[in-house]
Design a protein. Sequence first.
Length: 54
Amino acid sequence: MEKQQAAEQARADLDAKAAKEKADVLAENERLRRAADDSARRLRIAGGCRADTF
């Protein structure tokens, strides 16, 4: 019974950690989206293409 309780607690801890990380990432995405909307920050996209693709 103790092993089961310990496993359940470990799972609950992992779930809580994952939920917090997800909430943090979503909050950061929203912060960046608002900053881009009001032009407070610049968005730089670096890219390239090869000329020999045809």
